[in-house]
Design a protein around this ligand. Structure first.
Ligand SMILES: CC(C)(COP(=O)(O)OP(=O)(O)OC[C@H]1O[C@@H](n2cnc3c(N)ncnc32)[C@H](O)[C@@H]1OP(=O)(O)O)[C@@H](O)C(=O)NCCC(=O)NCCS
Length: 188
């Protein structure tokens, strides 16, 4: 994982540490309460802490302060999912979300994963970051279906799937077939 990336003089991205987990939990919880994303238990944040990046911005006093979080979760040898993307209240529209997405993409590249995926209500934002909408169909990667079927919000889910093919990252030639997901009836 990349140690520390200075995106701009006043914006930087670093891997999360254990001390960040409560702040990540609070930030995701804040937006989940407004139905902007799904809630994430603190246990899940600790268990997946090495997936997370933290964005920090410099305030007027010159201190670096928390500005958001995102994680990249590898699902198979060709696909990884951005999860828990949340920019702190009051820091929107300053490039923090894009910087977090780019950090996840850099991580995917560094481990040779060619596709990055996300479930989101913020399709416009992801399109600005170069993502395309993926239909919920059998075309969805089987590992995404497997994860979906375990999700407590599966029934009635109205998030949209978005995906990006990373330029210059080949699809690994030795990929085994992923385990087949039990796709529910009615999905074409
Ligand atoms: C959605 C979110 C991640 C965007 O982050 P942000 O820091 O505000 O966005 P950025 O400043 O990085 O914007 C990058 C680009 O996307 C555009 N954009 C941002 N939010 C957008 C939206 N809701 N719809 C369309 N475009 C949007 C910006 O105008 C900018 O465009 P540009 O290419 O002209 O520069 C952030 O607002 C957020 O955390 N929201 C609440 C939680 C949430 O919805 N999380 C997403 C879960 S998947």
């Amino acid at each position: 994982m990349t140690d520390l990336t200075t995106v701009r003089d006043d914006l930087r991205i670093r891997p999360a540490t254990a001390a960040d987990a409560p702040r990540i939990f609070e930030n995701i919880g804040h937006w989940a309460q407004q139905n902007r994303m799904l809630v994430r238990p603190l246990t899940s944040i600790f268990e997946n802490l090495r997936d997370f990046y933290i964005a920090e911005v410099q305030n007027e006093r010159g201190d670096w302060v928390f500005a958001g979080n995102a994680s990249l979760h590898i699902l198979w040898g060709d696909i990884a999912e951005i999860r828990g993307l949340a920019v702190a209240e009051g820091v929107q529209a300053r490039g923090v979300g894009r910087a977090l997405v780019e950090a996840c993409e850099t991580e995917a590249r560094s481990v040779g994963i060619p596709f990055v995926f996300a479930w989101t209500y913020e399709v416009g934002f992801f399109e600005r970051c170069g993502y395309n909408v993926i239909e919920k169909s059998r075309e969805l990667h089987p590992r995404l279906w497997s994860e979906c079927l375990r999700c407590p919000f599966f029934v009635g889910c109205n998030e949209t799937g978005v995906q990006k093919r990373l330029d210059g990252v080949p699809i690994p030639s030795n990929l085994p077939e992923p385990p087949a997901a039990q796709i529910p009836p009615g999905i074409k």
